[in-house]
Design a protein around this ligand. Structure first.
Ligand SMILES: C[S@@+](CC[C@H](N)C(=O)[O-])C[C@H]1O[C@@H](n2cnc3c(N)ncnc32)[C@H](O)[C@@H]1O
Length: 221
């Protein structure tokens, strides 16, 4: 039996999660001059997201360890071969997804990030993990970079960029999601329009909040 790549990635992932946890002070400091109300407004804004994430360009903002594990498990259990990720940052979630693809026998992962220093960090991390050959990092605003040249069918989507754009990104991908396709949306509470859409009866999705901050949706028709 061959050893799954996720096993050999454990030291790298552990270090990256430790670094992400250690950056929580820097994350708070990057927005400390904003009032609570301004922070909440920018988080949900369709126009201010670039300014908000510009302030956060040096910090990982990674999914939790549990969500990382969930991403790998969902990739494996669905046998996913094609994945699109909105919001790469340092590539911590990307590593879990790409490891799942590798352990499934291969595939294609397209991920999107508009901060070029973050895309460079993600490239380094994916190279260190031996997974860069499976991943295409598209630099620029995902509203543009995810408009074309996508696989005919997409098995799994991770939404983890600007929260207000989740419905717009779903618009770009939706006609490639067949029955059984999975969408994981991190911190979806900040995207009420997205939640209303995937939870609406008759929407074509089954959707449920999962753990603390994830909305897990499956295309059912
Ligand atoms: C929460 S972080 C992603 C964390 C990453 N998924 C992980 O777990 O390692 C969100 C990232 O999305 C990027 N981002 C936000 N809106 C974007 C957009 N419209 N297009 C491309 N990247 C975007 C931000 O720069 C930030 O790095």
């Amino acid at each position: 039996m061959t050893t799954p790549i996720i096993t050999s990635l454990a030291p790298l992932l552990d270090r990256l999660f430790d670094e992400a946890e250690a950056a929580s002070g820097a994350t708070r400091a990057a927005v400390a001059d904003l009032s609570e109300a301004d922070r909440a407004r920018m988080m949900r804004s369709k126009t201010d997201y670039r300014a908000l994430y510009g302030r956060l360009k040096d910090v990982p903002l990674a999914v939790s360890r549990e969500t990382g594990t969930l991403l790998y498990m969902l990739t494996r259990s669905s046998g996913a071969r094609t994945i699109v990720e909105f919001g790469t940052s340092f590539g911590i979630s990307t590593l879990h997804l790409a490891a799942g693809l590798r352990d499934n026998g291969g595939g294609r992962l397209i991920t999107s990030e508009f901060e070029s220093s973050k895309a460079a960090r993600a490239r380094e991390n994916l190279s260190a993990g031996g997974l860069i050959d499976l991943v295409e990092i598209r630099e620029g605003d995902a509203l543009t970079t995810l408009q074309a040249d996508l696989p005919d069918t997409i098995d799994l989507v991770l939404l983890d960029g600007a929260k207000a754009l989740y419905p717009d990104i779903l618009d770009l991908l939706e006609n490639r999601l067949g029955p059984g396709a999975i969408i994981v949306a991190d911190n979806a509470d900040d995207s009420p329009d997205y939640l209303a859409r995937v939870r609406r009866p008759g929407s074509g999705y089954m959707s449920t909040p999962f753990a603390e901050d994830v909305e897990l949706s499956v295309r059912i028709s």
